[in-house]
Design a protein around this ligand. Structure first.
Ligand SMILES: [Zn+2]
Length: 68
C-alpha cells in the first residue's frame, strides 16, 4: 500500500502532529488518485487545504464586554 506522508514545518492545530497524508480516492477507472484533501497522521481529521490543517481556528464568538 502506497501512502503519501508529507512532513512539514507546520503542526496540526488539533493534535500537534507534524505530518499529513494525501487522501486517496478511487477514480472511475479504478485507479487510486489523490482527492486533493489531506488527512492528519495524528488525529486522522481530513482537511481541504494545508492551511486549514495548521491554521489556528478563529473564534468568532469571542466578544468583548464593554462597560458604560
Ligand atoms: Zn491532527
Amino acid at each position: 500500500m502506497v501512502t503519501y506522508k508529507t512532513k512539514t514545518i507546520y503542526k496540526c492545530r488539533e493534535c500537534g502532529a507534524t505530518s499529513y497524508q494525501h487522501v486517496i480516492g478511487r477514480a472511475l477507472n479504478g485507479a487510486l488518485l489523490p482527492t486533493g484533501q489531506y488527512r492528519c497522521t495524528g488525529c486522522r481529521n481530513v482537511f481541504a487545504t494545508i492551511r486549514a490543517w495548521w491554521e489556528p481556528r478563529r473564534n468568532p464568538e469571542l466578544q468583548h464586554s464593554t462597560f458604560g
